[in-house]
Design a binder for this molecule. Structure first.
Ligand SMILES: CC(C)(COP(=O)(O)OP(=O)(O)OC[C@H]1O[C@@H](n2cnc3c(N)ncnc32)[C@H](O)[C@@H]1OP(=O)(O)O)[C@@H](O)C(=O)NCCC(=O)NCCS
Length: 166
């Protein structure tokens, strides 16, 4: 299926979406979230949970959590049959737009071998800030910790975050 990017629709994730979401999750991750993990996310009042549709077909989703002015991108996938058509980039564009007044920085972890995701995040000017040794299991692998400032420079956010600790 060839997808026209302007036909994508973004909705709040609901329990009724979870069957399709879990199906994609199991296709793309070696250590997938369970249905319970998604249900837990949906119940959290600091969560951002969106699904991406082409017509009636759920093709992707994005989940993250607000921690004060930080937004932690926790889960993000496009169905394998619809990858490499710009849907991931469009989904991140929508996310960044939604967050522009709500958060100062986006943080995430990504497997070091996940070239597709890392290349996409670099297109959005995410910067690699650290490596978390053996962060992932099944298989065991290090994570890159990547950050993207939404306002100002990353150093401004670090200064502001440190000030908030005192
Ligand atoms: C990462 C992911 C969301 C990208 O979605 P996508 O719709 O295929 O990405 P897009 O088509 O929008 O591609 C945007 C850019 O990402 C990069 N990219 C995407 N797939 C890539 C691949 N297989 N290899 C290298 N770079 C890739 C490219 O830079 C691409 O830009 P280009 O098309 O101009 O070369 C998708 O591969 C996916 O769902 N992966 C499994 C789940 C996952 O890893 N999620 C992230 C966890 S941190």
């Amino acid at each position: 299926m060839v997808v026209k990017l302007d036909s994508l629709m973004f909705y709040s994730m609901q329990v009724c979406h979870l069957e399709s979401v879990v199906e994609i999750e199991q296709l793309v991750f070696s250590n997938p979230w369970t249905k319970r993990d998604f249900e837990f996310a949906l119940k959290r009042d600091n969560a951002y949970c969106r699904v991406v549709f082409v017509g009636e077909l759920l093709v992707g989703y994005v989940i993250g959590f607000f921690i004060k002015k930080e937004f932690h991108l926790a889960d993000f996938s496009i169905h394998p049959n619809q990858q490499r058509q710009g849907l991931g980039r469009r989904t991140l564009e929508v996310l960044v737009g939604d967050l522009s007044t709500l958060a100062h920085v986006i943080s995430l972890e990504v497997r070091m071998s996940n070239v597709a995701a890392i290349e996409l995040y670099k297109q959005f000017a995410f910067q690699t800030m650290a490596i978390r040794k053996d962060y992932y299991t099944q298989p065991q692998e290090d994570a890159l910790v990547m950050l993207k400032p939404l306002q100002g420079k990353l150093s401004d956010w670090v200064t502001e975050a440190l000030a908030g600790l005192s």
